[in-house]
Structures are given as structure tokens and as C-alpha cells.
Design a protein around this ligand. Structure first.
Ligand SMILES: [Zn+2]
Length: 331
């Protein structure tokens, strides 16, 4: 636990509690020579700190950490919060999983700040006139993406702490993915149907309800068991498939729009990035082909993360086009 982590602070804090003492310096209480005792304690303490931060192989892992049997080494398990936090600067098999989404998060923070500095029309008085279109659906998408990327980084960094935290963070990670999916619908649906509010209301209310239901399901213990894995997969798939309805509707009403093809290419690119990424994720390629070769660099989850960031960037480009188009034509 983190309490233990604090107790193991090198040199300055002595290891006072019995649990810690029995592990580090058994029988050391009555050492006559204080200096030699202190030295021994320091030595053993540093040995224990090293041991606690030792990376493990798959076969040594506790049950809750066993997920990908093709990644053989460089695991952290049962680390204190403090050790897990500082492991962001060391090289283990989750390092690139953390950094791919952490850098994606920083990139999206930068894009959000740049957009905020450029626009001051979150809720303009006449949100439908050209050059005056409201920006909030665009920022809802940026917020959802940032939440997803940050939640994922935190999950990968701290999931090695304990079983309870592992389960909780995985749920937060899934909630982040749900938030990213829901908020991705906001810019295209809002800007395409802005002049016929009943449609954007129906579609956005529909996808938001599905998202909220998915998140409630993820956090309901009885529905988070392996037995309901298929049900959860169905929820995610139906959120994605839900997009087909407004997409076809939008194509029909905007068939004559000259920007149709450009936005379609960006949205298609996003779909391809997400699908290819998910393919790596599910297939566990390439580590399946050469177990142990891709433990720290190049395994499927890292590739999946890179594709998620690329997909989000494609959608960002498409969202900017939808916004510019509506800003240009008004209602
Ligand atoms: Zn991940």
C-alpha cells in the first residue's frame, strides 16, 4: 500500500511498523551498535525497495494481473501507489501504453486551448446565423477525448497496485471509451441537423442515453462479471452501429453538399483507424506470433492506442470541417 511506500522512504524515515520490520530487518530491534544497526537497516531497506520494484514474469503474477500470456516479462505487480506513479519514468511493459495516451491527452489539451483562444462563441445570441455558430458541441467532443485518453493513461499506470484498484480503473477506462464514443457524435450530428433541431435532439438524446446505460452497466458489479462480457460487447457495438442511422440520414439531406466527400474521407479514416486498432487489440498480434519479443515495445495494445489517437485526430479534422461549413452557410 502507499502507506508502506511512505514508510520505505530511503534514509529519512525509519521502518516503524511491525509488518514492515518483520519483512526488512527481522530481529534487528535489539542491535547493540546503533550505527551498524542503522547501516544494516538502510541496506536491507534498499534491498527491499529494490525487490518491491522488481519486474516480474507472467508466471509470477497474481491472478488479477494475468491478461496477456504472450507478454512474458517486465510486469509490475502489487506496487505501492508511489512506486507505480514514479514508474511512469521507467521502462516496463506498460510504459508505452501509458505514454501513447498521455501524449495524446497533452495533444488534445493543446488543441482545446488553441480553439478556446481562437473562438469566444460558446453560446452566441444568434447561434444559427453565418459566422456566429455555437462551438459547444465541438468542445464536448474535445472534452470526451481528453477524458478517455487521460483515464486510459491512469489505468495503465496504476492498475498494478491491487486487485480492487485494477477492477475500478478498468471500469473508468471503459467509461472513458464510452465518453469518447458518445461525444464523437456531437459535432457531426449537431452541425448537420442544426436547422432541424428535432433531429439533432432525437439523435443526441438517443446516443447519450445509450452511453449512460453502458456506463451504469459497467459499474454494476453483477453485470461486470465475465458471464456478461458478450452483453457489454453488444453495448459498445450498438453505440458504434447507432451512428449508421444519422450518417445515412445526413448523407441523404446533404447529398449535394460539395464538402460531402472530404468529410466522408475523414470519417471513413476514423472508422478504419478504430477498426484496425481493435483488430490488433482482439487478435493480440504481433506478440502471439513471437511471445516475449514484444514485451516492452510493439505489442498489440500499444498499436491499438496509437490507432485510437489517430482515429480521434481524424474525427477532430472532420469536426472542424462540419463546424466551418455550418459557420459558413448558417441556417
Ligand atoms: Zn489501453
Amino acid at each position: 500500500m502507499d502507506q508502506d511506500g511512505q514508510k520505505d522512504e530511503p534514509e529519512t524515515v525509519s521502518c516503524g511498523n511491525s509488518k514492515c520490520r518483520s519483512k526488512i530487518v527481522p530481529g534487528d530491534d535489539h542491535d547493540g551498535d546503533e550505527n551498524s544497526g542503522t547501516k544494516k537497516r538502510k541496506k536491507k531497506k534498499s534491498q527491499k525497495t529494490t525487490k518491491r520494484r522488481e519486474l516480474m514474469s507472467f508466471s509470477e503474477l497474481p491472478e488479477y494481473m494475468r491478461d496477456n500470456e504472450f507478454i512474458l516479462n517486465y510486469y509490475r505487480a502489487d506496487w505501492s501507489i508511489r512506486d507505480a506513479f514514479f514508474s511512469v519514468f521507467s521502462f516496463h511493459n506498460e510504459s508505452l501504453n501509458v505514454w501513447t495516451h498521455l501524449l495524446g491527452f497533452i495533444l488534445f489539451v493543446g488543441l482545446t486551448v488553441a480553439n478556446i483562444m481562437h473562438h469566444d462563441k460558446f453560446f452566441p445570441v444568434d447561434a444559427k446565423s453565418p459566422g456566429n455558430v455555437t462551438r459547444w458541441p465541438f468542445f464536448v467532443f474535445l472534452g470526451g477525448s481528453m477524458f478517455c485518453l487521460l483515464a486510459s493513461s491512469i489505468c495503465h499506470l496504476f492498475c498494478c497496485h491491487s486487485k480492487d484498484l485494477n477492477v475500478f480503473l478498468l471500469r473508468i477506462d471503459y467509461a472513458g471509451i464510452t465518453a469518447m464514443i458518445i461525444t464523437s457524435f456531437f459535432p457531426p450530428i449537431y452541425y448537420i441537423f442544426q436547422c432541424t433541431p428535432r433531429w439533432y435532439f432525437i439523435y443526441l438524446a438517443g446516443i447519450t442515453s445509450m452511453g449512460i446505460f453502458t456506463i451504469i452497466t459497467l459499474f454494476t458489479p453483477s453485470l461486470s462479471s465475465p458471464k456478461y462480457r458478450g452483453f457489454r460487447a453488444l453495448l459498445f457495438a450498438s453505440m458504434g452501429l447507432f451512428g449508421i442511422v444519422p450518417a445515412v440520414h445526413a448523407l441523404v439531406v446533404n447529398w449535394g453538399n460539395p464538402q460531402r466527400n472530404v468529410t466522408l474521407v475523414y470519417e471513413l479514416a476514423m472508422a478504419v483507424f478504430y477498426l484496425v486498432g481493435t483488430g490488433f487489440y482482439v487478435g493480440r498480434v504481433p506478440e502471439r506470433l513471437k511471445p516475449g519479443w514484444f514485451d516492452r515495445v510493439g505489442h498489440s495494445h500499444q498499436i491499438f492506442h496509437v490507432f485510437v489517437v489517430l482515429g480521434a485526430l481524424s474525427h477532430y479534422a472532420a469536426a472542424l470541417l462540419f463546424l466551418d461549413w455550418r459557420d459558413h452557410v448558417g441556417c
